[in-house]
Design a protein around this ligand. Structure first.
Ligand code: LMR
Length: 403
């Protein structure tokens, strides 16, 4: 007899499971288009040069130590992260209506934000886009949201944002529902609303008294321009809307396993900040007590030193332009092969992912017959492509859709 008798085995977390299957695959030719991590043209992980140099400086800085950070995190990092997403001249910053809370990457920021909204603000209904990142529903459920619902995002037939249905779903959401919006480079579709569509979304959320929770995991990584990628968030702030924003520095700094994130908070009345921060301190204290310093120090130094920041811009441009080249190459090969179906969405989408439209049966076929690994909803990580394997992948897709 054990306290743990009868615990059912949970299904594997697909993105990590598929990555593991790829690593275990012994076939000589195989391609990994699963987990969202950047790869170089050589198919290798990339430590950004500016991150490496900054790490060396930090290691040699004898004024630093491993004492605890404050519960809400590294102050310089929180300020720099908040300015990065809202813009230094944001009205919310100028009017003292915003602040950051250092969290364990984007997931930690989502979790802290969700727990705060559920337990301190008594918000219990959340809407996530359909489809969305595999972790959103789980985080909100575990954080205390009793109702986790979908709003339509994707038009599967026309491979575009289904703006009409999206707006009507929001229109029908009960007051005080939390609406999760992907700030840029929507995961998994890679398709963002246009600026005009964002304006319509903001209008409904504001009029219906819904609460905005932005998740921005790809700022700067998507287009190469951090301001352009934060356009929607800044527009919502200009409309006078309150919000929380989970920020991840996994992709745009390549700091995946350092768990560097921030929850940016924008309120209408600065007088509520003292209460907010004190309650948030208890949420953090009960989770990780206080955050790790290493990644936050790196991001802070890079964002606040002009020369380093310039090197970072170069790095995000290197990453985003390689991705654009691979999108064009994949589309080019599919067109050359006259692969049945429409594929223009591959270059219309941005960021790390393409939502190919391949069915789960076609995904199984690609893995079994071609050792091209991707998620069962047809999402591919474009970063897994390079000039040496893109034609192979296009031919594999071509054979699969004709099979
Ligand atoms: C992904 O979507 O592949 C990444 O964000 C990794 C993850 O944690 O799911």
């Amino acid at each position: 007899m054990s306290f743990f008798d009868g615990i059912p085995v949970a299904p594997p977390i697909e993105v990590f499971h598929k990555n593991k299957l790829y690593l275990e695959e012994t076939a000589p030719v195989k391609v990994n288009l699963t987990i969202g991590a950047y790869r170089t043209e050589e198919g290798l992980p990339w430590v950004l040069p500016v991150v490496h140099d900054t790490e060396v400086e930090i290691a040699n800085d004898t004024t630093l130590n491993h004492e605890y950070l404050p519960v809400l995190g590294h102050e310089g990092f929180r300020k720099a992260a908040t300015e990065l997403v809202l813009g230094e001249d944001s009205p919310a910053i100028k009017e003292g209506r915003s602040f950051g809370v250092q969290c364990l990457s984007g997931t930690g920021a989502l979790r802290a934000g969700a727990e705060f909204l559920a337990h301190v603000c008594n918000m219990k209904t959340v809407y996530v886009s359909n489809p969305t990142w595999g972790n959103h529903k789980l985080v909100f459920k575990k954080a205390g949201f009793s109702e986790v619902r979908d709003y339509t995002f994707w038009d599967y037939d026309n491979k575009r944002v289904h703006i009409e249905k999206l707006l009507s779903d929001l229109e029908n959401a009960p007051e005080k529902s939390v609406i999760i919006l992907h700030g840029c480079a929507h995961n998994p579709t890679g398709m963002d609303p246009t600026q005009d569509q964002w304006k319509l979304i903001a209008e409904v959320i504001k009029r219906k008294n819904l609460f905005t929770f932005f998740d921005i995991a790809y700022q700067g990584f998507a287009s190469g321009d951090p301001a352009a990628d934060a356009w929607a968030i800044r527009y919502f702030v200009e409309q006078g809307m309150e919000m929380v924003v989970s920020q991840s520095f996994a992709k745009n700094f390549g700091l995946y396993n350092e768990r560097v994130g921030n929850l940016t908070v924008v309120v209408n009345n600065p007088a509520v900040i003292a209460g907010f921060q004190s309650q948030m301190s208890l949420v953090i204290r009960a989770n990780w007590s206080n955050p790790p310093a290493h990644g936050a120090r790196i991001v802070h130094k890079v964002l606040t030193t002009p020369a380093r920041r310039e090197h970072w811009h170069q790095a995000i441009q290197t990453m985003s332009s390689r991705i654009k080249e691979m999108r064009a190459a994949l589309l080019g090969h599919l067109k050359q092969l006259s692969t049945p179906g429409t594929w223009d969405h591959i270059t219309q989408q941005i960021g790390m992912f393409s939502y190919t439209g391949l069915t789960s049966a076609q995904v199984d076929h690609l893995i079994a017959h071609h050792k091209v690994f991707l998620l069962s909803d047809g999402r591919i990580n474009i970063c897994g492509l390079n000039t040496k394997n893109v034609e192979y992948v296009a031919k594999a897709i071509d054979e699969t859709v004709r099979a």
